[in-house]
Ligand binder design. Structure first.
Ligand code: UD1
Ligand code: MG
Length: 417
């Protein structure tokens, strides 16, 4: 099956210079959430309809998708017509997904596709029950059977009371869809070609139509405004935290922390409040993280380590039993088992052009307020004095002590060797 992702809209209600689909929810653009699922479903190269901010969206997409330009945003139906030429064949079904619907789970989508296949319908819509349906197209039923979708602006007061709404995710028989789209006219308040109008056309032709409601209606939350975006972030985060709680992680004040996608946290680790853990971070068992910690993507933390208050760790490998309890920045660093990072330690990893590595061995004592100007290497069991500034290229051999500004490596070992 091929997929069309609708991402050309201006997103007027966002009041932004950034195209709506590039706004991020927990570090991933809205469009990325959708594309991740399509990839997982094995739908390679979806057709993405771009328009507003096309250059930026295209740049983000790279080679992963086929893009078609909808130069003028004349409605969702028009957007799908624009995509037609990029579809590889004329037969079969097509999945349509708006780029501003990031909360639908992969499992939900799989079961939706399966229900559609089993039903043999010409079109299936993924619907949602909402306490507040405002802003969504309403699902119309005649004698219980799905027969159309009415947009909010065009709905009668009675229709507005319908709580079953369109998520904007559909599967259509391609041939029937494009035949119906040719007949859609912009007879509505927005003067747009609505994709949703194809439902009534197919119904009038006696085609079988299905509307499958979401088991969890929260998945049907779309993003039209900043308030919607905040709500989506809150729900995604809640979902991630719930999974970690179930897996044996303690959160002190769960919703005060932000946890990205694909984060792994070992059992009995405690996450203190106001902690931000970015996508893909790995944390071992029995760690203590936070309060006020920021663990950024590309970081791995070994079992039993403590990353305390106001510590930021970025693209680093932290060993087991490491302590970085207060006020530190570890970026592009490798830290060996049992090492203590004193308060105020900074790895100066960026020289204005390039990032450099800091390698710290096992059982090292990095003194408070040490500045390690990367690349720097501190071998096992070595120490730095408080306030030491290690200039780029410094190597502190095993067991040695480095002190001063810039630091001198003293000619005596820490222990007699
Ligand atoms: C649409 C549906 C509505 C549904 C809701 C779910 C229509 C007419 N209405 O309304 O029934 O409840 O989604 O969120 O389809 N887009 C284009 N080109 C255009 C217009 C829109 O690519 O010319 C894209 C937008 O970028 C967006 C998606 O289509 O990703 C939906 O457009 P949007 O304006 O958000 O439609 P809604 O008003 O939310
Ligand atoms: Mg929308």
């Amino acid at each position: 099956m091929q997929a069309i992702v609708l991402a050309a809209g201006k997103g007027t209600r966002m009041k932004s210079q950034t195209p709506k689909v590039l706004h991020e929810a927990l570090g991933v653009p809205l469009l990325g959430h959708v594309l991740g699922h399509l990839r997982a479903l094995g739908m390679k190269k979806p057709v993405v309809v771009i328009g507003a901010g096309a250059e930026k969206v295209k740049e983000y997409l790279g080679q992963e998708s086929t893009t078609v330009l909808q130069a003028e945003q004349r409605g969702t139906g028009h957007a799908v017509m624009t995509a037609a030429r990029a579809l590889s064949d004329e037969q079969g079904d097509v999945l349509i997904w708006p780029g501003d619907m990031p909360l639908v789970r992969l499992e939900t989508l799989k079961s939706f596709l399966k229900k559609h296949r089993v039903s043999g319908a010409a079109a299936s819509v993924l619907a949602a029950m909402r306490d507040d349906p405002a802003g969504y197209g309403r699902i119309l039923r005649r004698e219980g059977r799905f027969c159309g979708i009415r947009e909010e602006l065009d709905a009668s007061p009675e229709e507005r009371r319908i709580r079953e709404v369109n998520t904007g995710i559909y599967v259509f028989d391609k041939r029937k869809l494009f035949a119906a789209l040719k007949r859609v006219r912009p007879h509505n308040k927005k003067n747009e070609i609505y994709l949703t109008d194809t439902i009534e056309i197919l119904e009038s032709q006696g085609e079988q139509l299905e509307s499958f409601p979401l088991a969890e209606s929260e998945e049907g939350q779309g993003v039209n405004s900043r308030a919607d975006l905040a709500e989506v972030v809150r729900r995604l985060n809640q979902r991630h935290i719930r999974a970690h709680l179930e897996a044996g992680v303690t959160f002190i004040q769960p919703e005060q922390s932000l946890i990205g996608a694909d984060v792994k946290i070992g059992q009995d680790t405690v996450i203190y409040p106001w902690t931000y853990i970015e996508n893909g971070v790995r944390i071992g068992v029995g760690c203590r993280i936070g309060p006020f910690a920021k663990i950024r993507s590309g970081t791995q933390i070994g079992d039993g380590s403590t990353i305390g208050s106001f510590v930021e760790v970025n693209r680093s490998r932290i060993g087991r039993g490491v302590s970085a309890k207060h006020l530190a920045y570890l970026g592009d660093a490798a830290v060996g088992d049992g090492t203590n990072i004193g308060a105020g330690t900074i790895t100066a990893n960026y020289d204005g052009k390039n990032k450099h590595q800091t390698v710290i061995g096992r059982k090292v004592l990095v003194g408070s307020d040490s500045i390690l100007i990367a690349p720097v290497r501190i071998c096992d069991e070595a120490r730095t004095g408080a306030g030491a500034v290690l200039t780029a290229g410094t190597v502190v051999d095993k067991g040695r002590l480095a002190v001063g500004v810039p630091a001198r490596v003293l000619n005596r070992g820490r222990k007699k060797q």
